[in-house]
Design a protein. Structure first.
Lengths: 81, 420, 977
């Protein structure tokens, strides 16, 4: 997976992007959200940033065993506050 | 099994290949054990070795693939105990002491080479940070020296520390007893030692589930059938996250990729282990194997992965850092790049504790630094499993520490494994 | 002197080179190997472990033996394959692994021990007294060439480009693929490792579409040029994946690319050919043993006959046509030893065999070479029938030309998906299960006859073009006739006594023999990955290209299992060795990373500032005029700020503007205290927490207007903080209406501090500002214009003095700075800044180290305000409130004068090993006339008392009093004056 498709910029090299974190999937308490992970060999949901490009924050779903990118879209999520 | 010595080589010379016996293969899986250890990497094998030797228990090591096929055979072989926090440095020092005698203890040459580990400082601020760590080590009785340029030039002349560089070197924290060992030999030596003590090491045997009765683990389901066990230890390194998923226990662990690379062999050029971390460039460590190849590594590839395929641009950054340290290597060629999966915890320190059940244990979370701790980890984990109580030097590695706040965060990086 | 040799790669122009001290003559176009072979040189190196004399065996990069050190010390390049190295006039070459000379080698005493140096012997010995005792000696014996003392290779040029289809390899398959793809409209790049395209066509006397292979190749190149395809010779695909293929052009055959191309093709065709295999027989490593194909190449390309009288050894039909060509070149073919039973030959092979027999060649079917004769060079072959291996005889010859078949070069076809499949007819693995963006063609795909090769090339080219969006008809495959089908029957090793197996070499570079494989299996290393690690099979510079398949097949034989059950080891990147210098490119020396400088940088340098890196930023540490070192100069500069005033360049400070109706509410979530309560025109010192509750950063937040804030963040931390804010803006609070802009470079910052600073500023900025300056209270700011440029003046202080931060546009920064200097305010650097902030107990990264909570840093009051921000929840964890948690305190030497340093540990008595804390930073305070410090100490000792400073690394143990972190002007009268 050395190329990712940014919703704004199109196909770009991996080196332009930065992984930030795996999205919480182990519960909703602050501790669970920050510290705990339920690991999967085939599916990982993450936030990345197109840090050396348009700086968009991206919602990325990948298969960590193959590197295949399953979903890549803007991270924009409904307000929480 | 013949004891290894120069004499044994002489005998083999005349008796041929048949003089040698398999180190660990050929054992059959029994129906029940005192302890089943899952994972025949360094930590699993060392744990099994100590369970058998120190506690006299009947042990099986179940391995999905091959002995030593994971991180124990993929790391850059660096040994050191230059840690800041007391919960870490006493443990790592215990390990370093065990390395000093490991070849004789196992009757297997693991090629422990105390050539010195040089942590380079690139600013006066680095020197202060290094001093904090080095002084903490010295108070704990661990060798550590802070070198300014003159001393560093004498210790590591190949580095030419005064040479003009983008990030000039101002000094280093040096641990002379740190160094390297031959990684595969550690797996093979422990496997041989454990087998001689009656441990059954079973390869191609995947653990697929944990059997429980009334809240107590009773054994494991494997690809070779059911195995009963009074206690189960998971030492599965980069697959610890999957153990959590199997047990239904979320863990403070993410699985990340770390790569390394090596050049063709040359005559001696680098005599110690050189480590360099710069916020503007990243991390690079360089050493020369006994075979002669220049081995390089850096920080994680940067995102969760089980692929074991390192990203080329990360290789470029690591090699660029290495060549900034040692421009001489410019004419050498990278022959091979490889990667391993690392069980990165949310504070960068390991977990050695019960998990979910009173008789199920986790020896995990060694992040990218597990190789050096194998001897201490095996002994400590065996004590925990056999007696129910971890030795003092491993008490900090509790699973509950993330919830209670007793974090062991050497770098101050917080719950973000990829942040350098 | 002889007439110049004729060859496809040669010009008649002579050149001279030095080899192990002797001068030889070659011709322009020669490789080191071809010129030395032409000069009759056979011995070209020694093996590492057993120090056996070795000659060149191949004509390609997989060469295991003939590796030279090129150049003169210290600027040498070791381990260069003689088969690749193109000679230049005056080149200096040396053989490796011998001392003092190749022929008279004292280290060959190791040969005596070779009986003991079987697989794994290292693990069984050197146990006493300890490995490190022996290690130095062993390291000197190990390794191939000498370590370079310097690297003089030039940086390559770097090109980034795109295409539709990359074809790796320009043999017949690659040419056909490139043509097919280009004809369908694809933009094609065709990369060929060798200096000329054609591959096997170079010596396979084939007919394609009624033309000679040379004519067809020339026509193909013309058509490719016409279709706009790009043909790159001397260019190897070294690494890459879907996103980016890395191509290195190495025209010199030396390590070090002249050009690196990062190519983003939409599709890849792997047409990288196949590598010929050796057969294991006794002493198959002697100088004079060649691969058959190498002998042909040396003749066709370089006009070198590697033998006068050769014995050929193979397991397929191709050996006969090759023999015919070599005979035509004037080499006497003494015998063809064919492992297959008689009757296996195709009609064409039989025709050649009959012709050769008429010329005196013996054709031995069902036979094998059991051993090579001769120590320094081959003098004969011991042959026997496989049905009666006891009946041996020796055929005199001066070279053995061996071919055990071919292994498809599938390395590039196994990355990112794809697996391998055993092809029985080849006795080799071919790539399969390719992802849709990749196809394999030609012999790399297992096609061995020209018609099939061309067909697979066309099919791959059409498929690749289609994947890249250029669909087109499948073109007709050109009609072709070439060498016959190999009719190969796998044959891996000749019969031998077990005692001789240690001389049956599988991987000569690492001296891996059949005996090693047998020992390894006996010790239970069964899996091929274990065999590899235990024996070093495939660890050489050829990365298993030479001996990997042979070794795996012999392991299969010894295990009595089929070859596919054993498999081969995982091939790791790169596909081809990559020179470090080529990877570095321009990223070396000062260009490793860019340096960030402020608008005042040149002034600082011109004024003798000693610059210090902070992340990528460069900042003045001190000015040489004020002292010879940082400590002395810092004391002078800091003292001057307190007595009179000074200026410091604060431009590196990170600045982020947050604008919008939701800006205040947003910032409330990201700071420990509320931003929404700041009044317009006011500012506040605020801290951010990390998600886990640790203090992340601190800075001053200015409220520019109701919906506009300027955040300042720590130098070197800006990029991270911008991302941190952006992340929350785009995820958790994505519906918030606000923008975030990093304005760090839009504003230069000059901090003016000291008792005289207001007066100086007032006179300098003029009447319009004088009134404002008088009005501004501590933490007030004002915006306006100066010299027709925006200017913000913030009254805030990190020195404890009355101070103003001037945020001005970079365009006027230098003029403003110069006028301040002209008005008598002397510049000070980071060292003085550090002293001043330490005197006031202000925090920097030494305290904000990612390990400290706000409680640790005495920010209880801020937490108590109860703002529910990011990180707040996890602050309630019990460990953060235990007595051993650290607390920020001040330190003073108990004797009033002893120095103590940052990084020293603190204990409660002089002997305990248990630290009670540590010194985070310290300095000599010119204002107080003594050493002061900040420390993080256990709460149990934070209330006061005496601690021991323990600094075994640097010496200087002393005792200190625990005091308030605010050492100077605790009521801040000066700052608020």
């Amino acid at each position: 997976m050395s190329r990712l498709i940014c919703p704004f910029c199109g196909p770009r090299e991996l080196r332009e992007f930065e992984f930030h974190k795996t999205l919480p999937n182990a519960g909703d308490t602050p501790f669970e959200r920050v510290y705990l992970r339920v690991d999967s060999l085939t599916h990982s949901v993450e936030h990345w940033q197109h840090i050396q490009g348009c700086r968009a924050w991206l919602h990325v779903e990948r298969n960590p065993s193959t590197g295949a990118v399953l979903v890549m879209r803007l991270a924009t999520a409904p307000g929480v506050a | 099994m013949p004891r290894y010595s120069a004499l044994a080589l002489l005998r083999a010379r005349f008796q041929g290949a048949r003089y040698w016996k398999p180190l660990w293969t050929g054992r059959t899986l029994k129906a029940a054990y005192d302890v089943v250890v899952v994972g025949a990497g360094g930590h699993g094998l060392a744990t099994a070795f100590h369970l058998a030797r120190d506690h006299g228990l009947k042990v099986a090591v179940l391995e999905r693939r091959l002995v030593g096929y994971g991180n124990v055979g993929r790391n850059t072989t660096i040994l050191r105990s230059n840690y800041l926090l007391p919960e870490n440095h006493y443990f790592y020092e215990d390990s370093l002491r065990r390395w000093e005698t490991l070849s004789r203890d196992l009757n297997y040459n693991v090629m422990y080479s105390p050539r010195g580990v040089v942590d380079l400082c690139l600013s006066d601020g680095d020197m202060i940070t290094a001093s904090r760590r080095g002084n903490a080590m010295r108070l704990a009785g661990i060798d550590s020296e802070l070198m300014e340029l003159d001393a560093l030039e004498r210790f590591a002349p190949e580095l030419a520390p005064r040479r003009s560089r983008r990030f000039p070197i101002v000094g280093a924290l040096v641990q002379r007893r740190g160094g390297t060992a031959r990684h595969d030999a550690v797996a093979w030596g422990y496997a041989r030692g454990a087998t001689a003590l009656g441990v059954d090491i079973i390869e191609d045997c995947e653990v697929q589930g944990l059997c429980t009765e009334a809240g107590v683990a009773t054994g494991v389901e494997t690809s070779k059938g059911l195995v009963r066990a009074n206690r189960v230890v998971f030492a599965t390194a980069g697959h610890t996250g999957m153990v959590g998923a199997m047990l239904g226990v979320p863990l403070p662990i993410e699985t990340h990729l770390l790569q390394a690379m090596v050049t063709e062999p040359i005559k001696p050029l680098i005599n110690s282990v050189l480590i360099y971390v710069h916020p503007g460039h990243g991390e690079t460590y360089v050493l020369q194997s006994d075979r002669g190849g220049v081995v390089m590594g850096g920080y994680l590839d940067g995102f969760p992965s089980y692929t074991r395929e390192g990203q080329w641009h990360r290789l470029e950054e690591v090699v660029q850092g290495a060549a900034d340290l040692l421009p001489e290597i410019g004419g050498l060629r990278i022959l091979r790049q490889w990667a391993g999966t690392n069980d990165m915890t949310m504070d960068g320190s390991p977990i050695m504790d019960r998990v979910k059940y009173d008789n199920v244990f986790l020896n995990a979370g060694w992040c990218y630094g597990g190789f050096k701790t194998i001897p201490a980890s095996g002994a400590a984990c065996a004590t925990l499993v056999a007696t129910g109580l971890a030795p003092d030097i491993a008490r900090g590695f509790r699973l509950s520490r993330f919830a209670t706040g007793h974090l062991l965060d050497e770098r101050g990086g917080g719950p973000f494994p990829v942040r350098l | 002197m002889n007439a110049p040799r004729q060859g496809a790669r040669l010009s008649a122009t002579p050149l001279r080179f030095r080899f192990d001290g002797r001068v030889y003559t070659g011709q322009v176009g020669d490789t080191a190997a071809s010129a030395l072979l032409a000069a009759g040189v056979r011995a070209m190196g020694r093996s590492v472990k057993c120090r056996r004399l070795r000659g060149v065996m191949t004509a390609g990069p997989e060469e295991p033996n003939a590796l030279f050190t090129v150049g003169t010390a210290p600027a040498v390049v070791p381990n260069v394959p003689a088969t690749q190295l193109k000679l230049t006039d005056g080149m200096v070459l040396e053989t490796q692994n011998r001392w003092p000379t190749l022929r008279f080698d004292l280290t060959s005493v190791l040969q005596l021990g070779s009986a003991y140096f079987g697989a794994g012997f290292y693990y069984k010995t050197f146990l006493l007294p300890k490995w490190h005792f022996w290690e130095g000696m062993i390291r000197r014996l190990a390794g191939l060439g000498k370590a370079p003392g310097r690297c003089d290779l030039p940086a390559p040029s770097l090109e980034h480009s795109h295409c539709d289809v990359l074809v790796a390899g320009a043999g017949p398959a690659g040419l056909a693929a490139a043509l097919a793809a280009a004809r369908n409209g694809a933009r094609v790049v065709l990369a060929e490792r060798e200096p000329l395209v054609g591959g096997e066509l170079e010596f396979e006397q084939a007919q394609i579409q009624g033309r000679t292979s040379a004519a067809w190749t020339a026509a193909a190149l013309l058509e490719l040029a016409r279709l706009g395809a790009r043909v790159l010779t001397d260019t190897t695909l070294v690494a890459g994946s879907t996103g980016e293929m890395v191509l290195h052009t190495e025209p010199a055959g030396m390590p070090g690319a002249a050009r690196v191309i990062k190519l983003r093709p939409r599709a890849l065709v792997v047409a990288t050919g196949a590598v010929e295999r050796m057969i294991a027989f006794v002493d198959n490593d002697r100088p004079g043993v060649f691969l058959l194909g190498a002998a042909e190449r040396y003749w066709v390309r370089y006009g070198v006959a590697v033998a006068r009288r050769a014995v050929l050894f193979a397991n397929h039909d191709r050996v006969y046509v090759a023999a015919g060509r070599l005979a035509a070149a004037g080499i006497t073919i003494a015998a063809i030893v064919d492992t297959r039973a008689s009757g296996a030959l195709s009609a064409e092979a039989q025709r050649v065999a009959t012709a050769l027999m008429a010329m005196g060649t013996e054709c031995l079917a069902g036979s094998a070479i059991l051993a090579a004769q001769g120590r320094v060079r081959v003098t004969g072959a011991t042959v026997a029938s496989l049905s009666a291996p006891g009946a041996r005889r020796v055929i005199a010859c001066d070279a053995l030309l061996v071919s055990g078949g071919w292994g498809p070069a599938i390395h590039a076809a196994l990355q990112e998906g794809g697996s391998k499949r055993y092809a029985d007819a080849l006795g080799a693995f071919v790539a399969t299960d390719a992802p849709d963006w990749r196809a394999t063609a030609g012999s790399a795909d297992g096609a061995m006859e020209l018609a099939g090769v061309l067909h697979s090339g066309v099919a791959a080219g059409v498929a690749a073009a289609a994947h890249a969006g250029h669909r087109g008809a499948m073109a007709a495959t050109p009609a072709a006739s070439g060498d016959p089908a190999p009719q190969l029957q796998p044959f891996w090793r000749s019969p031998a006594d077990e005692t001789e197996e240690k001389r049956q070499f599988v991987d000569p570079q690492n001296d891996v023999s059949v005996a090693d494989l047998r020992t390894t299996l006996a010790e239970g290393f069964i899996d091929i990955e274990h065999v590899k690690r235990y024996t070093a099979l495939g660890f050489g510079t050829d990365q298993a290209k030479f001996g990997g398949q042979l070794g795996a097949a012999i392991v299969a034989q010894l295990r009595n299992e089929p070859v596919p059950a054993v498999g081969t080891t995982k091939l790791r990147p790169p596909f081809h060795p990559v020179t470090v210098r080529s990877i570095i490119g321009h990223r070396s020396g000062a260009r490793l990373r860019p340096a960030r400088v402020t608008p005042l940088h040149e002034w600082h340098v011109a004024q003798g500032a000693v610059m210090e890196a902070m992340g990528l930023w460069m900042r003045p540490r001190y000015y040489r005029a004020n002292g010879n070192n940082a400590t002395d100069a810092g004391i002078v500069e800091a003292g001057r700020v307190r007595t009179k005033g000074g200026i410091v360049d604060g431009s590196t400070l990170g600045k982020i503007e947050v604008v919008g109706p939701d800006a205040a509410a947003f910032l409330d979530q990201l700071y420990l205290t509320k931003a929404s309560t700041i009044k317009v025109g006011r500012s506040k010192y605020m801290v951010n927490l990390r998600e886990d509750g640790m203090v992340l950063d601190d800075g001053i937040v200015l409220r520019l207007s109701a919906e506009r804030f300027l955040l300042t963040v720590s130098t070197g931390h800006t990029e991270h903080m911008v991302s941190h804010f952006e992340h929350y803006r785009e995820t958790e609070w994505a519906s918030s209406a606000l923008t975030l802009t990093d304005v760090t470079d839009a504003w230069a910052v000059i901090v003016v501090a000291g008792p005289e600073c207001r007066a100086v500023l007032a006179s300098l900025l003029g009447n319009a500002w004088a009134e404002t300056l008088a009005r501004l209270r501590h933490m007030d700011f004002a915006t306006g214009q100066h010299e027709e440029h925006d200017l913000t003046v913030l009254r805030a202080s990190f020195s404890g003095e009355l101070a103003f931060e001037l945020h001005c546009r970079p365009a006027i920064a230098m003029a403003l700075w110069a006028s301040l200097v002209g008005a008598g305010l002397a510049p000070y650097g980071l060292e003085a800044l550090d002293i001043l902030r330490l005197e006031k107990g202000y925090l920097v990264s030494s305290e904000l180290n990612g390990q400290t909570t706000p409680y640790d840093l005495c920010m209880d009051g801020m937490v108590a305000l109860g703002n529910p921000c990011v990180g707040r929840d996890l602050l309630d964890r019990p460990a953060f409130h235990e007595p051993h948690r650290p607390r920020l305190v001040g330190l003073r030497a108990t004797d009033g004068h002893s120095p103590f340093l940052g990084g020293a540990q603190l204990t409660e008595d002089a002997v305990t090993a248990v630290p009670a804390g540590y010194v985070t930073s310290s300095a000599y305070s010119p204002a107080l006339g003594e050493w002061i410090g900040l420390a993080l100490v256990s709460r149990e000792v934070a209330e006061g008392g005496v601690l021991y400073v323990r600094d075994p690394l640097r010496g200087g143990d002393t005792t200190v009093k625990v005091v308030s972190p605010v050492h100077y002007d605790p009521k801040s009268d000066r700052m608020k004056s």
